[in-house]
Design a protein around this ligand. Structure first.
Ligand code: SF4
Ligand code: SF4
Length: 56
């Protein structure tokens, strides 16, 4: 399953630069992950200051 970003996201943008497949983009009120592109590496979860990304 792809990672997903919860409503805890504060739109800092840190995860976007860490994603090796550029699956993360700024969405409406929070960042979002393209589930079809995500390779479940966990880099976004590792860099997020509020723990918003998680594997569903
Ligand atoms: Fe990108 Fe990895 Fe996060 Fe998936 S788990 S969105 S591939 S950084
Ligand atoms: Fe949102 Fe966390 Fe990504 Fe920052 S690192 S944009 S808080 S998911």
């Amino acid at each position: 399953m792809a990672y997903v970003i919860s409503d805890e996201c504060v739109s800092c943008g840190a995860c976007e630069a860490e994603c090796p497949v550029s699956a993360i983009s700024e969405g409406d009120g929070k960042y979002q992950i393209d589930a079809d592109a995500c390779v479940e590496c966990g880099a976004c979860a590792g860099v997020c200051p509020v723990g918003a990304p998680s594997a569903e």
